[in-house]
Design a protein around this ligand. Structure first.
Ligand code: ADP
Ligand code: MG
Length: 451
């Protein structure tokens, strides 16, 4: 009967819910109108009771079983039933392990098994972020809350967050660690609203011990989600639960994020993951190459190739890794040694892309976006300060990030004279020494453009 009911449940709740929550249940007994299951963890028990008990009862009733109530036990908490004594130990261990993985799966996002502290290469640009992540991963008393990691794309923020989750699961398996992206947070929130399960949603997020939300800039401007996030955040901080947040920029720089959220995000430790430097890139390449050498036995790697890549591919670690992956795969396919020539041949597109210079158009677009002015106004003739200042900043960045001459820049700024451009650049140079905000804006824009 349970076998048939399971097949129906699979249709009812979908494959992933089924695999996460129904599959791990073990039928213990069905009598006196009560169906009893065992679940591997308390968390799963609670989740299934809350979300799937109706489904289960309905399917069993549909199949003619006289049941009105569902009970779920967690074996560790009860005397072990006789028949499970014969079950081989590894099976039980395996179930528990899957269950924990699955918790992460449904409650949060799945963790990438490769993103551990062991595989994270530490260098100057990320040493602070790494140290802070390590501290959180020790699972000791909360010392800073939240930990806010920010930096450009592909610099290891997600890697560090997963590493924290892995480490905590190993050290403190009793802790409920929830990792998810801000996008998933929103998705779940909207879903809960739709399904009228907002109380469940709140309860579930307030019951975790460690909450990690990746790419929080995503919820900027999404008002009700922001609101809910703020409440969740406060509730957890009040309970002295650890929170880890990442974003692509500092809290204060996230547009359309409510002030009260910004200020709460700034309350803990805000750590900048800086763009990689040559040493770090080389370190990452060496670590990866070592791994590949094991995988592609017999493949030769000529001297200087890694140095060449570290020197040339400066954008982000993801691209760097992608290049190396492709290089090894290609070399092993064609059965050649990995030399500089081979690298240049096989990575021609990546190398060309990373040679790509920032364009004036991109600068204008980013600056307009950053200061919330229209692109047409930025280029156009208006002289009000709120537009003129961003325009001067765009001129300054065009001068510094491209190889264009002043007359060329003038042409792209609505046909302005080169002396106007020079004046704008001077103005920014003058101001940025005294105006901290302006200096920070310039730094941020430069990073965004060079990422
Ligand atoms: P972000 O979340 O900051 O955009 P990710 O954490 O997704 O970046 O990192 C992108 C890729 O680069 C991942 O495959 C990650 O493992 C790798 N990576 C980034 N920084 C490091 C590092 N310091 N050591 C090893 N791998 C790294
Ligand atoms: Mg990320």
């Amino acid at each position: 009967l349970w076998t048939v009911a399971r097949a129906e449940l699979l249709k009812a709740v979908g494959k992933s819910n089924f695999a996460n929550w129904i599959e791990p249940l073990r039928l213990v007994d069905l009598s006196d109108g009560i169906v009893r299951f065992d679940a591997p963890t308390k968390f799963m028990r609670d989740w299934v009771m809350r979300n799937f008990s109706d489904h289960i009862l309905r399917e069993l009733s549909n199949l003619g079983a006289a049941v009105g109530r569902l009970e779920i036990g967690v074996p560790e908490l009860r005397p072990i039933p006789a028949q499970t004594l014969t079950a081989p130990e590894p099976a039980a261990a395996r179930i528990r392990k899957t269950a924990r993985g699955d918790e992460a799966d449904l409650a949060g996002a799945p963790l990438d098994a490769r993103f551990t502290f062991d595989s994270f290469v530490v260098g100057k640009p990320n040493e602070l972020a790494h140290a802070a992540a390590r501290r959180v991963a020790e699972g000791g008393p909360v010392t800073f809350n939240p930990l806010f990691l920010y930096g450009g794309v592909g610099l290891g923020k997600t890697h560090l967050m997963h590493a924290i989750a892995h480490e905590l699961q190993a050290r403190r398996p009793e802790l409920r660690v929830l990792y998810l992206s801000a996008e998933q947070f929103m998705y779940r929130f909207v879903q809960a609203l739709r399904d009228r399960q907002i109380m469940d949603f709140k309860e579930m997020f307030r019951s975790v011990d460690v909450l990690m939300v990746d790419d929080v800039q995503f919820i900027a401007g999404k008002d009700s989600t922001q609101d809910e996030f703020f409440h969740t955040f406060n509730a957890l901080v009040d309970q002295r639960k650890q929170i880890v947040i990442s974003a692509d920029r500092a809290p204060g720089e996230i547009k359309d994020l409510e002030e009260r959220i910004k200020s709460r995000l700034q309350c803990g430790l805000v750590v900048d993951v800086h763009p990689t430097d040559y040493e770090l890139r080389l370190g990452i390449l060496q670590t990866k190459a070592e791994m590949y050498r094991g995988q592609y036995a017999g493949l030769k790697l000529a001297d200087g190739v890694l140095e060449f890549l570290a020197h040339r591919i400066t954008t982000n670690v993801r691209v760097l890794e992608g290049a190396l992956t492709r290089l090894f795969a290609f070399a092993s396919l064609v059965g050649r040694e990995i030399t500089l020539d081979l690298a240049q041949e096989c990575l021609v597109d990546i190398l060309r892309a990373s040679d790509r210079k920032v364009t004036i158009e991109e600068i204008q677009r980013k600056v307009a976006e950053h200061y919330n002015v229209r692109l047409s106004d930025l280029i156009g003739p208006k002289r009000v300060r709120t537009i003129a200042r961003p325009r001067q900043i765009a001129m300054y960045l065009s001068k510094h990030l491209t190889t264009r001459s002043l007359p060329e820049i003038g042409r792209r700024f609505g046909g302005r004279d080169h002396t106007t451009i020079m004046h704008g650049i001077r103005k920014v140079e003058e101001l940025k020494g005294a105006d901290r905000q302006m200096a920070e804006d310039l730094d941020l824009l430069r990073r965004l453009l060079e990422a």
